[in-house]
Design a protein around this ligand. Sequence first.
Ligand SMILES: Cc1cc2nc3c(=O)[nH]c(=O)nc-3n(C[C@H](O)[C@H](O)[C@H](O)COP(=O)(O)OP(=O)(O)OC[C@H]3O[C@@H](n4cnc5c(N)ncnc54)[C@H](O)[C@@H]3O)c2cc1C
Length: 199
Amino acid sequence: MAGPVAKELDSDSLHEYCLQEFQSEQIATLLNTVSQSLVGIESKDISALSFLHSCKSGTGFQAVISDTKHGAQYLRVQQGTQTISKNIAKELKEGSLWLSTPFRSAFEKVVLESGKLEIPEPINALEYEWSKQEFFLGSPCPASPPRLMSAASGDALRKPFENVHFVGIETALEWKGYMEGAIRSGDRGTAEVIAALWY
Ligand SMILES: Cc1cc2nc3c(=O)[nH]c(=O)nc-3n(C[C@H](O)[C@H](O)[C@H](O)COP(=O)(O)OP(=O)(O)OC[C@H]3O[C@@H](n4cnc5c(N)ncnc54)[C@H](O)[C@@H]3O)c2cc1C
């Protein structure tokens, strides 16, 4: 991520930034509470740039803490968010959705039907139980520690690697950390793949 003050904001944690900028333990404590509730981690674990970028991606601090119209907490799905995917699934042609199917066999079926691509053999497969990973802090929103976002590799998350394209909330530039951002990143990835396949 580039910008005139990006490197400076990314050099410290949000906690350090508050102490230096406002010289106030109270403001630092307040922002720690905001970081815990918004991003899900302590302000010492997120860079000031990453925190501010999350707020900006949600159209501003007021909007991300608000449950009024246009605020992040405005709408709730009464029956749970799975209702959305279940209803979208109902719109699809019968047989076009495979659930609980390993990615490779689903992909093979598509390729066999379209006869377009060869599937390379996987080099390796790794399986994790996230809840047992020591360094996963468990926040609901993506967050970067100091000096990651402004590094040369900071934008690498969104860059395709050969035929592999990356989507997901971590790659979103708008509403990063929210379902809105996840859907928008899916739109971007879909457009990339369509362009790569057909042009
Ligand atoms: C506790 C909590 C509360 C939240 N509250 C809200 C809210 O109120 N409003 C809001 O807008 N957003 C909220 N969010 C954020 C929102 O849920 C996420 O931003 C969104 O779900 C991200 O979508 P995604 O498609 O990027 O990733 P995910 O929804 O995480 O989907 C990724 C999928 O990939 C699967 N997967 C991972 N690795 C592999 C693999 N190797 N092979 C196969 N499959 C794999 C995972 O099982 C998962 O199903 C909340 C998140 C949490 C955790």
